[in-house]
Design a protein around this ligand. Structure first.
Ligand SMILES: Cc1ncc(COP(=O)(O)O)c(C=O)c1O
Length: 459
């Protein structure tokens, strides 16, 4: 798929004209107003060009929509203003190094890092000393997989993971394979799920680690992690989970899940980019880890490097907000997602849900649309910021490996849209999608010979 980010945003003026051409969404007065007032909105949408359109949306009255409408919350999220506010002093006033504690600056930074460690631990039902700060989930996953492999290589050289894992899990596994490890990659069912029994059957005496994600970043499917945790516990094998898409969105309790290591990233739940954490169990069992980074010995010698105090403060604040607001937010976002799905089902024939119907993230909707080319559809939707798959895969022309692993045909895997809804989405935005998307699909299908002479689609 083509990169759907900057290039599409760069075409906004043309896109507004396209919107007018579509006839129903943007009338001339709206286009004129947007043309005159179209300007960068400081602080909005990460500084991208935004156009506030305050009238002319059909049925919208005075409702205000900001384009493009952001529906790519699996790729990243807007930093919550409350998070940013908590971080700012640690850039400008309390800029000490948390390891340099011979003066007030360092002490303040250390106290802020300690407080954040407690906030992260509280969200996960972990002990605060079990939290290591990293620069994000890619580092956490690499540290967990390579670090455990290195520390336990005397036990054996076998690892188990799943076909639909994120590249930051599959990549370190491939690296180990090149070093002579054996990696079992478990297949998933049509919903993207792996069963605990599959994990149990794949275990060997020399298995060192099982790594299974909690929630998938493309289709939102939740894995039965507590059941897998029980199996690993029974057989005395360590379990790591990439919970990057789940933390902050659904309850994640490391005791209940019986995981030994767990990765998370602040920017996936309205925290800043470039900061994450690794949960590392210290007791029953005590997990040993070879560090990836050697140097100053920060983070209990396990992750050297000066701590990113503002980022860590932001991660802590994002965890605190999530803990307080998750239940209400998940219900609200899931209701918007369901409205979107039902609305699309009503308006678009040949539309297929990807992922599990109920065991999925509240903000995820992934659909394949028959007789439409995915990239063409995305290009026809300049008013929507959404993706056809994982952000890190949008530069590849291959159909999504996740959808392929779930048994989708190449054609339907190629015609998929991933909606990622989040904290700041509104019903008005969803209703706009429900007007705009079916219209563009219809237009593209009118150009498709296959659609004209269609037969029921092979799923
Ligand atoms: C499931 C999953 N794991 C890991 C990552 C990597 O996270 P980060 O951007 O913090 O390195 C992502 C981000 O796309 C993800 O979705």
């Amino acid at each position: 798929m083509a990169n759907t980010g900057a290039s599409r945003v760069g075409h906004i003026p043309i896109n507004l004209a396209l919107l007018r051409d579509a006839g129903t969404l943007v009338d001339d007065s709206l286009l004129d107003a947007a043309g005159r007032s179209g300007r960068q909105q400081p602080g909005q949408n990460l500084g991208l060009l935004c156009y506030n359109v305050t009238k002319g949306i059909r049925g919208g009255g005075n409702d205000m929509l900001t384009f493009p409408i952001y529906l790519d919350h699996h790729a990243t999220t807007r930093t919550d203003p409350r998070v940013l506010e908590a971080m700012l002093p640690y850039f400008t006033e309390q800029y000490g190094n948390a390891s340099s504690v011979n003066h007030a600056f360092g002490e303040q930074a250390q106290a802020a890092v300690d407080a954040a460690r407690h906030q992260v631990a509280l969200l996960l039902n972990a002990h605060h000393r079990d939290i290591l700060f990293t620069c994000g989930a890619t580092e956490s996953n690499n540290t967990a997989i390579k670090g455990v492999a290195e520390a336990y290589r005397h036990k054996g050289r076998h690892l188990i993971t799943v076909a639909t894992e994120h590249p930051s899990v599959l990549g370190p596994c491939e690296h180990l394979e090149r070093q002579g490890w054996t990696i079992t990659i478990l297949p998933v069912d049509e919903f993207g799920r792996v069963a605990a029994a599959q994990v149990e059957d794949a275990l060997r005496p020399e298995t060192v680690l099982v790594s299974v994600m909690l929630a998938n970043n493309e289709v939102g499917t939740l894995q039965p992690l507590a059941e897998i945790g029980a199996v690993c516990k029974k057989h005395n094998v360590l379990l790591h989970s990439d919970a990057t898409q789940a933390v902050g969105k659904i309850p994640v309790d490391v005791q209940q899940l019986q995981v030994d290591l767990l990765s998370l990233s602040a920017h996936k739940f309205h925290g800043p980019k470039g900061v994450g954490a690794l949960y590392l169990r210290r007791k029953e069992p005590r997990v040993r880890l070879e560090p990836l980074l050697h140097g100053g010995g920060q983070e209990r010698q396990l992750r050297s490097g000066t701590l990113n105090t503002p980022g860590i403060v932001g991660l802590g604040k994002a965890c605190e907000i999530a803990r307080e607001e998750m239940a209400e937010e998940a219900a609200r976002v899931a209701a918007l997602r369901d409205r979107l799905y039902r609305g699309l089902l009503d308006r678009v024939p040949d539309l297929y849900l990807n992922g599990h119907p109920t065991e999925r993230l509240p903000g995820n909707l992934n659909v394949s649309i028959g007789y439409v080319q995915g990239e063409a559809l995305l290009l026809s939707l300049p008013s929507l910021a959404l993706s056809s798959g994982a952000a890190c895969a949008t530069k590849s022309n291959e159909p999504s490996p996740v959808l392929r692993a779930m048994g989708r045909s190449d054609e339907l895997a190629d015609a998929s849209l991933r909606f990622g809804l989040g904290r700041f989405n509104t019903q008005e935005e969803i209703d706009f999608v429900l007007e705009e998307l079916p219209k563009q699909i219809e237009k593209l299908r009118l150009l498709s010979a296959a659609w004209q002479g269609r037969t029921p689609h092979p799923v």
